[in-house]
Write a protein that binds this ligand. Structure first.
Ligand SMILES: *Cc1c(COP(=O)(O)O)cnc(C)c1O
Length: 473
């Protein structure tokens, strides 16, 4: 059997393999890679998966997309199991119960945030593909981070053979813990760069680098930002896992999910799980003040606004990079229509949908928005009444469930980070704070290394070339 193939949302590249889309990241026409079909999981199969450990379940889910023609089964098992073994919980993403809802804890990986689920896996796939001939065995991963992606990428790629990892972050604009989580990784293949600018400036440099073919090919550029297909795929497993754990206790339940959302990668994995035939209930898009997605799902208006600084910084976005994948499906999987939409959006900063399309979007997703006061209220309520401490991102997800009036044991709230990562915000609701996990507490006294660059494409590209080629040039 051959594996699922992939095409760009904008139609410029078709029929690529899993290996190719993982290595390439973004499509050359600036579209995103989407699977050409969704493998189905039958109800018998799902039942048979009920008894599996998380790691074995992950192997089965991912093997639906990745057959022997891409990665031999024993190698796939090795990659997936090593990725899961990086987590502090045997269940990888355990479910706890608090305040009348199941909370899916996605933060037991090395950097205490959900991005580890995907980036541990991506790092291992990269390594395997390089070992087996992709890119001549070399890859320069260039990423931009506002906080969590950078450290998760660094922990996924540290020490990996053939890979240089260069992470740009806005100088002075990521939290001290987030910065330390990156800069205390001293492996020689890891390079943290503080850029004089905003997160968007960093992201623009990354995008522009991908759009410079000569540079892209010279350094063998790869992406870890949330658009890499592998990340979405890796995240589908915990939707399967949660569905099975909730229906262990409530057979036949339509399990809903509330997902604190920024770039739409996490909740998209839930949508894709549904496309594979898992009878999930509602998917709730939970946003902070940066509510472009909430406005889309309530009014059909996808209008770009300036970024607002919130207490859940990993959800501070003005456009959602993965949303193009959902829009592609909403456009009936028609690349020409999607390309038109995106062209319009890029020139006017607005995309409007209405009528049946809006109805369809609203049947796929619910949404809600939690501002700072609401988020802090939920953190306080959960700590005081239920003895459970939420991080500000996770609290946005819980607030959405409360606002929509569906607090129950079948509505899972995704907890995307450990509260110990965001002490300043959490302390506004809960004072004094419980002590942070030891791994976070000791960051302050560890050695660190970082470089600095102006907000200048050419300077950053020269930095990357120097790291990749050293003095061999
Ligand atoms: C990245 C992140 C999110 C948002 O996830 P998306 O896939 O971008 O929607 C939410 N919470 C935390 C803690 C994150 O790091």
């Amino acid at each position: 059997m051959t594996s699922v193939t992939y095409s760009s949302t904008r139609g410029g590249q078709k029929n690529l393999t899993f290996r190719e889309v993982v290595m390439q990241g973004l499509a050359h026409d600036r579209g995103l890679f989407v699977p050409d079909s969704f493998p189905q999981v039958s109800s018998e199969e799902l039942e048979a998966w009920r008894k599996l450990s998380y790691a074995d379940l992950a192997v089965n889910v991912i093997a639906k997309f990745v057959h022997d023609d891409q990665v031999p089964r024993d190698k796939l098992e090795d990659i997936v199991k090593r990725s899961c073994a990086a987590f502090r919980s045997d269940e990888v993403t355990p479910i706890v119960h608090a305040g009348g809802i199941p909370v899916l804890e996605l933060f037991h990986g090395p950097t205490f945030a959900f991005k580890d689920v995907a980036l541990q896996m991506l790092g291992n796939f990269f390594e395997y593909f390089l070992e087996t001939g992709s890119n001549g065995g070399r890859l320069a991963v260039l990423g931009a981070t506002s906080g969590d992606t950078g450290s998760a990428a660094i922990y996924g790629l540290r020490g990996k053979k053939g890979i240089d990892c260069i992470i740009l972050f806005p100088n002075g604009r990521v939290s001290p813990i987030q910065e330390r989580q990156m800069t205390t990784v001293l492996d020689s293949n890891i390079h943290c760069v503080a850029v004089e600018g905003t997160f968007d400036d960093c992201q623009d440099i990354v995008k522009a680098s991908f759009n410079t073919p000569a540079f892209r090919e010279k350094v063998h550029l790869g992406a870890v930002n949330s658009i890499n297909w592998c990340r979405v795929l890796a995240q589908t497993t915990y939707y399967f896992w949660s569905y099975l754990r909730i229906t262990d206790k409530h057979p036949g339940a339509a399990v809903n999910f509330s997902v604190p959302t920024g770039n739409f990668g996490d909740v998209l994995a839930g949508f894709y799980t549904k496309q594979m035939g898992v009878p999930l209930g509602k998917l709730i898009v939970a946003t902070n003040e940066n509510d472009i997605l909430h406005r889309f799902f309530t009014k059909g208006e996808y209008h770009r606004e300036p970024i607002a600084k919130s207490i859940s910084p990993s959800m501070d976005i003005c456009v959602s990079s993965n949303f193009e994948r959902y829009l592609f499906h909403l456009a009936g999987n028609q690349p020409d229509k999607l390309a038109d939409w995106m062209q319009g959006f890029e020139s006017t900063r607005k995309l409007d949908i209405s009528g049946d399309l809006l109805k369809q979007a609203q049947s796929d997703f619910l949404s809600a928005r939690a501002d700072t006061a609401m988020t802090l209220d939920v953190i306080k309520e959960f700590q005081e009444k239920h003895d459970y401490l939420l991080c500000p991102h996770s609290a946005v997800g819980v607030s959405a469930i409360q606002q929509l009036g569906i607090v129950n044991e079948q509505t899972v709230s995704l907890a995307t980070a450990h509260p110990g990562k965001f002490p300043a915000a959490v302390q506004r609701a809960v004072d004094p704070l419980p002590p942070p996990p030891e791994q976070l507490a000791k960051l302050e006294s560890m050695d660190c290394r970082r470089s600095e660059c102006p907000n200048d494409l050419k300077v950053v590209q020269a930095f990357v070339e120097e790291r990749v080629f050293g003095n061999k040039q």
